[in-house]
Design a protein around this ligand. Structure first.
Ligand code: NZQ
Ligand code: ZN
Length: 391
């Protein structure tokens, strides 16, 4: 195992009464002025906004409203929020939403405390922000685990880049499974697949020898697979939704990454595809994973064979290790089909492949979990994902 230091700054509350419980315990530590940030309006339709406003008012807080954060949040929206937070001298940001709202607020929190443009600070000066407005994340759509980390995925429209930007860790995160009941089922499932993707992108990183982080990871992956299947049969079951919310948090709270070098090459490709097409994150990953893995598995055949057995329950049955490894990738692909996610970009509504060369060219190359890819290989993978003539 690699050496590591592990500490975690985000206090997490999970459960149906978690919001009232968390606010009662935590709000007293912050000043009066709250920036209440949310997305395109789902929280007003399902009553979550009204509930949170009432709890904040009961606690004697003054609310500054900041709505309209879009899926795949833009850097322009970050700047708008930061200007408002600065002007209003905000004491605490309460981000209510999915990964997009939470990510946008992580950077608002940093930008409002910095005179330097955060993008320039991080990508030109190669420095990280050090001061933040405290942040609370109330999760309404789970899967990204965004409430657990300080990485935000922000789309810079001018630069045509969707990048990881470093911002604030939430001081506290609140996960109420009931808040997710109004999320369209396809979004719930694509969010849960995002969790599975985070697990896989960590699991196939190095080292790949048996280690505790990977064994915990296998349990999380099996749990996500089982609970997605259960949720499709019992969509209103809050216990299943709680399991998926906690799995989402577990995939991003650092525990599975202890002693590992993660890869996230599928994410890097998907993010750039998102910068050009504004596609759904979990769906993009569902299409990419099987194709990517068939390109790279030969660099880690034993690991993929172990994945087949430990995660998908496939028995060796005398097949050679290569066939065993491929059976695991096939099981992943069959699962994606079974849960109704797309297997090609065309299936997910991308009908123009003219941006693929630019997507490949602008994708960040990682060390590669089993094989370092070239831009040319990424373009081949994107082209293969477009139509999947083999299906
Ligand atoms: O805009 P609102 O009204 O909130 O509607 C959203 C949005 O349309 C809706 N929604 C959320 N909660 C709802 C709801 N609809 C009904 N009822 C509710 N309770 O769902 C839609 C999608 O929301 P979004 O936040 O975009 O989804 P998700 O949580 O999947 O986040 C995706 C973003 O997170 C980034 C992705 O790249 C993408 O930008 N990621 C962030 C990560 C991180 N910070 O660690 C890791 C991930 O790998 C990912 O890259
Ligand atoms: Zn993701």
């Amino acid at each position: 195992m690699n050496e590591f230091v592990y500490a975690y700054p985000t206090k997490t509350y999970l459960g149906e009464n978690s919001v009232a419980k968390a606010f009662e315990a935590e709000l007293g530590r912050y000043g009066n002025k709250i920036l209440l940030a949310y997305g395109s309006g789902s929280v007003k339709k399902n009553g979550v906004y009204q509930e949170i406003v009432a709890l904040l008012q009961q606690a004697g807080k003054e609310i500054v409203d900041f709505g309209g954060i879009m899926p795949n949040p833009t850097y322009a929206k970050v700047q708008e929020g930061a200007a408002l937070a600065k002007e209003e001298k905000i004491d605490l940001i309460v981000a209510v939403g999915g990964g997009s709202v939470i990510d946008c607020c992580k950077i608002i929190s940093a930008q409002a405390k910095s005179e330097r443009d955060i993008w320039e600070l991080e990508f030109t000066d190669h420095k990280l922000p050090t001061e933040f407005i405290p942040l609370c994340a109330v999760v309404t759509a789970s899967g990204t685990g965004a409430e657990q980390n300080n990485g935000a995925v922000i789309t810079n429209e001018e630069k045509k880049l969707k990048c990881g930007v470093w911002g604030a860790h939430a001081d506290f995160a609140v996960l109420n499974p009931a808040y997710t009941l109004s999320v369209p089922m396809r979004q719930v499932i694509s969010g849960a697949f995002d969790t599975l993707s985070h697990c896989m992108e960590t699991y196939f990183g190095t080292p790949r020898k048996d280690n505790l982080s990977d064994e915990v990871n296998e349990a999380v992956m099996r749990s996500v697979i089982r609970n997605i299947r259960l949720l499709l049969v019992r969509p209103d079951d809050l216990s299943i939704r709680s399991e998926l919310m906690w799995a989402s948090a577990m995939a991003e709270n650092g525990i599975l990454k202890i002693g590992k070098v993660t890869d996230f090459q599928a994410h890097q490709i998907e993010h750039q595809l998102g910068a050009y097409t504004d596609c759904n994150h979990g769906c993009g990953l569902a299409v990419l994973h099987p194709v990517l893995y068939r390109h790279i598995y030969s660099g880690a055949v034993s690991r993929f064979a172990h994945f087949a057995q430990a995660v998908w329950g496939i028995h060796e049955n005398g097949q050679d290790e290569n066939a065993f490894a491929l059976a695991g990738i096939q099981a992943l692909e069959d699962f994606i089909r079974e849960i109704g996610l797309p297997l090609s970009f065309q299936e997910m509504g991308i009908t123009d492949d003219s941006c693929f060369a630019a997507v490949a060219d602008s994708t960040a190359l990682t060390a590669g979990c089993c094989k370092k890819l070239t831009k040319e290989e990424i373009l081949n993978i994107l082209n293969e994902c477009y139509q999947r003539k083999d299906l």
